[in-house]
Design a protein around this ligand. Structure first.
Ligand code: FMN
Length: 343
């Protein structure tokens, strides 16, 4: 398997995410400011709660995506395959990590090969906005076809790239390239951040582009400006940059307001089924979680399944506890602001 500089960097990212203090310290997702209205007289039956939903043309059994993580190294293959197996069993979707590495390396493609383990899963490919160019588009189309992806997520990560040794720091013209890509590809294109959040300003810039969904990937979970500093300097040299971003709950509200009809993923610090329930009640179509799945995915397919299953079960109990039988009813119910409740 590929041992070039890109694959080595991927392994250092994984190592930092497993061992380092990579999450926001002072910034939270903001979900703690909301409560689901609990109903002691629920008239639902837990086992018949319907978590099913449509996303990017696929039917999911629960509104959950495995977050984009990795590819390119032997360990990435294990991670992707264990997650894919779990996603197939649970009927949830999965995002692959950046496929940049497989554009030039046939060998690296192996680590993204999960389709035979997950024939029915909504599989979303991945590439960085800063890496788009005319030359990349045909290679990327081939890479998506090779892995059997149903859609593509394009991640925009200016803070991450700015903190990275030799990062791609020129984002000028990238919106035009995003439009060209979305027009050229036969599959739906989603735009995501990597944990610093898409808020009002970015959502306004996405207006009118032929994109199919937005993953807000807000602040409050893994901070990629922190990960890159730890990998590059062995310390967090610019703490204010590591703590910068639009908190996930706020990002969700801002993008929902700016793009009312856009399918939305809530991610960035989604850690519990309760977070997921609040996100859906605030207008998300689905949620995604990345780092919490990393260690279980390295361990085994069973550990990955266990982590995801527990998450989905908690979400189901949340709907039951507020007396709603499905996600549409949860959205209609909404959330209560904690300050409002405490008077
Ligand atoms: C080990 C690891 C690798 C990641 N690699 C990618 C990537 O290749 N492409 C991408 O769009 N996001 C990548 N991410 C970012 C996640 O998809 C997600 O947006 C971010 O970690 C915030 O979610 P979390 O708080 O649940 O971890 C990665 C995350 C982790 C933990």
């Amino acid at each position: 398997m590929d041992r070039g500089p890109l694959a080595t960097r991927k392994l250092r990212h994984i190592d930092a995410c497993l061992t380092g203090p990579v999450e926001y310290v002072g910034v939270t997702t903001g979900f703690e400011r909301y409560e689901l209205p609990y109903n002691a007289l629920t008239q639902t039956s837990l086992t018949t709660i319907d978590l099913g939903t449509q996303f990017l043309g696929a039917q999911l059994r629960a509104p959950v995506l495995v977050g984009a993580m990795t590819g390119g190294a032997e360990l990435s293959r294990t991670i992707n395959r264990n997650l894919a197996e779990a996603a197939q069993k649970l009927g949830v979707g999965m995002m692959l990590g950046s496929q940049r590495i497989m554009l030039d390396s046939d060998e690296a493609a192996r680590s993204f090969e999960v389709r035979e383990l997950a024939p029915d899963v909504l599989l979303i490919g991945n590439i960085g906005l800063a890496q788009l160019s005319d030359a990349v588009i045909p290679k990327l189309a081939a890479a998506l076809e090779r892995v059997g992806a149903n859609a593509l997520a394009v991640h925009t990560n200016p803070l991450q790239e700015a903190m990275q040794d030799n990062g791609d720091t020129d984002f000028s013209g990238s919106l035009d390239r995003l439009r060209q890509l979305a027009e050229a590809l036969p599959c739906p294109v989603m735009v995501k951040e990597v944990g610093h959040g898409i808020g009002t300003a970015a959502a306004q810039q996405l207006r009118g582009l032929p994109i199919a969904a937005v993953d807000v990937a807000g602040a409050g979970g893994t901070s990629w400006a922190r990960v890159e500093q730890l990998v590059r300097y062995g310390e967090v040299r610019y703490p204010a940059i590591a703590e910068w971003g639009v908190p996930t709950a706020q990002a969700l509200r801002e993008v929902r307001q700016t793009l009312p009809d856009m399918p939305l993923v809530a991610s960035g610090g989604i850690r519990t089924g309760m977070d997921a329930a609040k996100a859906v009640a605030l207008g998300a179509d689905v949620v995604a979680l990345a780092r919490p799945l990393l260690a279980p995915a390295i361990e085994s397919p069973a550990a990955a399944l266990d982590a995801l299953e527990g998450f989905v079960e908690e979400l189901r109990i949340c709907l039951h506890g507020c007396g709603v039988g499905d996600l549409s009813a949860l959205r209609r119910l909404g959330v209560t602001a904690v300050s409002q409740r405490l008077g």
